[in-house]
Write a protein that binds this ligand. Sequence first.
Ligand SMILES: [Zn+2]
Length: 238
Amino acid sequence: MVGQITMSRINELVRLQETDFAIDKARAAVADAESRQGETEELADARAGLAQLEVALREARSSQKDIDLEAEGLRAKIAPQEEKLYSGTIKNPKELSDFQADVDQMKRHLATVEDRDLEAIAAVEAAQTALDEAKATLKSLEEAWSAEQARLAEQIKVATAELQTIEPVRADQSSGIDPELLAKYDHIRLVHQGRGIAKLDRNLCLGCRISLPVSAVNRARAGNTLVQCPNCERILYT
Ligand SMILES: [Zn+2]
């Protein structure tokens, strides 16, 4: 009868360990989801990148506007000079050719400013394109992030509900187990990666995968006493 009592105590521990595995799994699911909630580095980087591109676009626009104003100013200066040049009011040929040279000089200057203006317009367009692309990238990142956050919240909800179901089962199961044995089991679980008991496969402890001495194997098989693995301390069952 001693053997049967021991066997039933071990069977209780086997069931308890299954419950504990389910609890550990649900708790790990909650912890995993919680650790991944909130702003991601990827999203923060994308937002910072977008802010930089917005600054770059503002600067490109402002610089293009300056060049535009410079060209405007030159045109405003050249127009009356040209008018004067062709008006026939300058009679002296030397004076006329000097004046013509001045106007040509201003027009060459205007041409280089207009070239810079074209480059500046192209730079504004490139900055706008880069900003539009960054906005599209951020939008898709935010959508993926929102979906992930919803998934994590759901994972927490499901695992929490599971814990609310399993934890009372654990309390119920453990209340039927000898306190000393339960304390031993809990202690081994705590120090050995959550496993308090281990199955014996021929002479191998499946908890630590070490071959056990024949005497320990025989005692565990007999089922009259609780036998712990001499290596990992786990309570053995067959
Ligand atoms: Zn072992």
